[in-house]
Design a protein around this ligand. Structure first.
Ligand code: SF4
Length: 357
């Protein structure tokens, strides 16, 4: 193995891949068990004290534990913390820690930017730069867990930057790594993947045998209105997306979450509520009604239209809750994450732990 080859990020390897990698270094497979127990803590090779010094030195030459530089963290008054990272090729990515009583959730990014351009979302305004690798997704959880301790991250939602199902392979791999007992040990039922509606990928996900939750960014009850909020709807209209959602429920047996960001005056009308109730009839689902956050403005959105619309849905027999939008004071709330070139200064307000090892 040449030392000039790009270093391998061990956070993105499955156990089998790690065993194969170590075999190339002439190491027995039990070393994989030792290394895995360190990886979930995100420590450097030097800190892997049960490995021989020679192996630690060799690993430092050919591999890394992660590749992201944690550049900033900003805490909102409600306890939500937004983390900014720089990738090894200089892009910025964000994830958000959301503490809630006895539950701690992280919202992770799956892409740098996004190709889908939903109108309420800052991430999609500049298009897609690139997919994140599985290791870069897992690393967001590892790094934030270091900062969050002693709280334990138990929930992961793929609702940060990017369309997770457009980066399918890496996202499913990251889910398996996060779920693995030797990895982060996060229950699959505590992992949710959000999509703006890619029917083929939803069907494929249903067949993975994972117990993950599915959230569909719906935001309208009719194609006419959804076309104006989610451009992808012109390619995959509501009935196609909902047919895939029904397939997911039948196969995975999990209630589907429907995300509904309120755009006052457009998608919060009686007609939208009626149509939504109509096409979700018989599908076990829950509508999360979210007040729309300003794209680049600090401050919480007005929750009144969301409360009113949730009431319209409940009167039609639907399960609907208003999700309090958290983290808007640090532009970390729903729809506010975006690549912020030039705004993050490595080292500034960074947690003590160095990251690029
Ligand atoms: S809501 Fe999701 S799919 Fe739509 S632009 Fe934003 S990141 Fe992309």
């Amino acid at each position: 193995m040449s030392t000039l080859a790009p270093k391998v990020d061990l956070l993105g390897l499955s156990r089998d891949e790690l065993v194969a990698f170590l075999q190339e270094l002439g190491q027995p497979s039990y070393r994989a068990t030792q290394i895995l127990s360190w990886l979930r803590r995100g420590v450097s090779f030097q800190e892997m004290t049960n490995l021989p010094g020679e192996l630690r030195a060799r690993l430092a030459e050919v591999a890394t534990v992660g590749s992201l530089m944690l550049c900033s963290h900003q805490e909102a008054p409600d306890g939500t913390v937004k983390f900014g990272y720089q990738t090894s090729d200089g892009h910025s990515v964000e994830s958000v820690l959301i503490p809630h009583h006895n539950r701690t959730t992280i919202c992770v990014s799956s892409q740098v930017g996004c190709a889908f351009g939903c109108t309420f979302c800052a991430t999609g305004q500049d298009g897609l730069t690139r997919d994140l690798a599985a290791g870069e997704i897992v690393e967001q959880v590892v790094r934030v867990q270091q900062v969050a301790a002693p709280r334990r991250i138990r929930n992961v939602v793929f609702m940060g930057m990017g369309e997770p199902l457009a980066n399918y392979e890496a996202v499913v791999k990251a889910v398996r790594l996060l779920n693995s007992r030797e990895g982060m040990g996060i229950g699959a039922r505590h992992i949710a993947i959000s999509t703006c509606g890619l029917p083929d990928a939803i069907r494929r996900l249903a067949g993975e045998g994972l117990q993950v939750g599915l959230a569909i960014s719906l935001h309208a009850g009719t194609n006419e209105v959804r076309d104006q909020i989610v451009p992808l709807n012109r390619r995959h209209p509501v009935d196609e997306v909902m047919a895939a959602a029904r397939f997911f429920f039948e196969k995975a047996g999990r209630k589907v979450a429907l995300q509904y960001v309120i755009v006052p005056g457009l998608n919060d009308t009686q007609r939208q509520a009626e149509k939504l109730a109509e096409f979700t009839r018989g599908l076990p689902s829950m509508v999360n009604v979210v007040p729309r956050n300003p794209l680049e403005e600090i401050g919480a959105a007005d929750a009144a239209p969301a409360r009113r619309f949730a009431g319209l849905l409940r009167r039609r027999g639907m399960e609907a809750v208003v999700r309090r939008s958290r983290g808007s004071e640090v532009l970390g709330a729903c729809g506010q994450l975006r690549p912020r070139q030039g705004q993050q200064k490595p080292g500034e307000s960074a947690p003590a732990r160095p990251t690029n090892l």
